[in-house]
Design a protein around this ligand. Structure first.
Ligand SMILES: [Zn+2]
Ligand SMILES: [Zn+2]
Length: 143
C-alpha cells in the first residue's frame, strides 16, 4: 500500500517525529540539518538523486522516476506477462552508452578479420594467396 498524503509516517531521523506524508519533505529539510554526517546513497531509480541513507525509503516512496518505472511495468504486465522476473535496468543515461558499445563491438568487420588472418599466417603475398586457394574458407586447423 502506498502512503496517502494525510497518513502519518515516522521521520527517518527520529521515530518520535510523526509527520503527514505530504509534509514530510518539508520536515526533512529541517530535520536533516541536525544530522549533517548522515551517509549518502544513490537513488536506485536515478543515480543523480543523492539521498541521505536514512531517507532512502522515504525517497523511494516519492521518487518521480519510481512512478515512471511502475507505469512501464504495469503496462507490460497487462499486455503480456513476462515469464522471467523484470531485472532492474541501469540508470537511463548509462544504458544509452551500453547500447552504443554493444553496437560497435558486435558489428562484423570483414576487412579487419581478413587483416588479422593474414597477420597470423605471415609469409609472402604469394604464399598467402596459395594458402587461401587451398583453404578458401580461411579456416586454419589446429596443428
Ligand atoms: Zn524529523
Ligand atoms: Zn529518486
Amino acid at each position: 500500500m502506498e502512503p496517502q498524503p494525510h497518513d502519518m509516517i515516522s521521520c527517518p531521523y527520529n521515530k518520535a517525529h510523526q509527520v503527514e506524508h505530504y509534509r514530510m519533505h518539508i520536515h526533512l529539510q529541517k530535520c536533516r540539518k541536525q544530522y549533517p554526517n548522515s551517509g549518502k546513497i544513490n537513488c536506485p531509480f536515478d543515480a543523480t538523486h543523492i539521498v541521505n541513507e536514512v531517507e532512502i525509503n522515504y525517497h523511494i516512496s516519492v521518487c518521480p522516476k519510481r512512478d515512471m518505472l511502475d507505469t512501464q511495468m504495469y503496462a507490460m504486465d497487462d499486455d503480456h506477462r513476462p515469464v522471467v522476473p523484470i531485472v532492474q535496468q541501469p540508470a537511463p543515461e548509462s544504458s544509452d552508452d551500453w547500447e552504443n558499445d554493444a553496437h560497435t563491438s558486435f558489428k562484423p568487420d570483414p576487412a579487419r578479420k581478413a587483416h588479422v588472418i593474414q597477420k597470423i599466417r605471415g609469409g609472402t603475398p604469394s604464399e598467402r594467396k596459395k594458402a587461401r586457394s587451398e583453404n578458401p574458407t580461411g579456416y586454419r586447423p589446429l596443428q
